[in-house]
Design a protein around this ligand. Structure first.
Ligand code: NAI
Length: 352
């Protein structure tokens, strides 16, 4: 009996789950019966990391730091409830033998549909039209005039799961599609009917630019001052990937210069600072300065009628959230059975 109990307890893990809603909590408790679960509705911070954690699970609102890893010596698995993992110090985790697992595919249609919604809201001035009716019943058709998407050229950066789904929707609207990807997929280009071009060509030719690449050193500020200078006047920009893909300062300058007709942002640089309790970061001067810069940039974006800013919700449908939780439970169960599924592959030689 002692032996059976020992085996039983050795398979039970201390799992700390951050950013958890009440709804998720019930499903996770049911799916991970037999483990010791601790839930935190808030994102992870250094003050609430637990030294006994063997597994942690986080959402995109949490950022794990090296200092936090130091405080969790037993940590073996980070289960991200997201496709992206730019909020985890991957090289440091790999060096310590900590696996990072993600939910690679839960909502390519979910995010692509949302991306297209932002595009339609902007190009057909739907928010302004609704506002015109609500506020005074008077509307000026000239001010509310939009543009057709049929025949327009959309430039898609990142032709992975979401990018490809967006391309097929754009094709349904009769749009021309060009794309840029660091790893071109000619089979997809042939199948979906689009052409790969260089980044610069994409900036020059596109009427609309939509971002669907992960945040890496190669994509950080891919839309910068130089990129904006190459773009057509009255270009539309949509970002449902990660905020840091756009240099917000350069975007604000381009808006000031009337270069851009509309911007749809589900993600923005500094969104994590805005959601966090500012009291936590006041202690640190550098972080406070960053918070101030990001907050003032975000305020300027919110005030601009050409900008639609939403709080990182492109993933947020009943179906997609259910798939995220299901895969996370499976990822953790697989780990318990000695199998690592949906692991992020980390090449330590790239860590220069
Ligand atoms: P994916 O991994 O299927 O596709 C990413 C594509 O980007 C790949 O084709 C890859 O080759 C390309 N890429 C990588 N480095 C590049 C570079 N330097 N330049 C150009 N292209 C590059 O990823 P998926 O599922 O399509 O998601 C894309 C991104 O969308 C995620 O990384 C995540 O940041 C974001 N996302 C946002 C959500 C939201 O709620 N707003 C929800 C889900 C994902």
């Amino acid at each position: 009996i002692q032996c059976i109990l020992l085996i039983y307890y050795s398979t039970m893990a201390n799992i700390h789950i951050y950013d958890s809603s009440d709804e998720e909590r019930g499903i996770l408790e049911h799916g991970l019966t037999g483990h010791f679960l601790t839930f935190y509705p808030a994102p992870i911070t250094i003050g609430i990391v637990s030294p006994d954690a063997e597994i942690i699970s986080i959402f995109v609102s949490s950022t794990v730091t090296i200092e936090m890893l130091d405080k969790m010596p037993n940590l073996k698995l980070i289960a991200c409830r997201s496709a992206g993992y730019n909020n985890v110090p991957i090289y440091e985790a790999e060096k310590r033998g900590i696996h990072i697992v993600v939910v690679p595919s839960y909502g390519e249609s979910t995010v692509a549909e949302y991306t297209f919604s932002l595009l339609l809201l902007l190009t057909r001035k739907i928010n302004e039209s609704v506002k015109a009716i609500k506020e005074n019943m008077f509307f000026d058709p000239v001010k509310l005039r939009g543009i057709d998407l049929f025949g327009k050229k959309i430039g898609v950066i990142g032709t992975g799961r979401i990018g490809k789904r967006l391309i097929s929707i754009a094709k349904g609207f009769g749009m021309d599609v060009i794309a840029y990807d660091a790893y071109e997929n000619e089979t997809a280009a042939h199948m979906f009917g689009f052409t790969y071009v260089s980044k610069e060509e994409l900036f020059k030719q596109s009427d609309i630019i939509s971002l669907h690449a992960p945040l890496t050193d190669g994509t950080r500020h891919i839309l910068n001052e130089e990129a904006f200078s190459l773009m057509k006047d009255s270009v539309y920009i949509i970002n449902t990937a990660r905020g840091e893909l756009i240099d917000t300062g350069a975007l604000l300058v381009a808006l000031n210069n009337n270069k851009i007709a509309g911007v749809g942002l589900d993600v923005v640089e500094g969104e994590e600072f805005i959601k966090e309790n500012p009291v936590d970061v006041k202690e640190n001067v550098e972080e406070s300065a960053k918070l101030l810069r990001y907050s003032s940039n975000i305020s300027l974006l919110i005030k601009d009628d050409r900008v639609l800013l939403t709080p990182h919700v492109a993933y947020n449908t009943h179906e997609a959230v259910a798939r995220i939780i299901e895969t996370t439970i499976q990822n953790i169960r697989d780990y318990g059975n000695g199998v690592i599924t949906n692991k992020v592959t980390v090449d330590l030689t790239q860590n220069t």
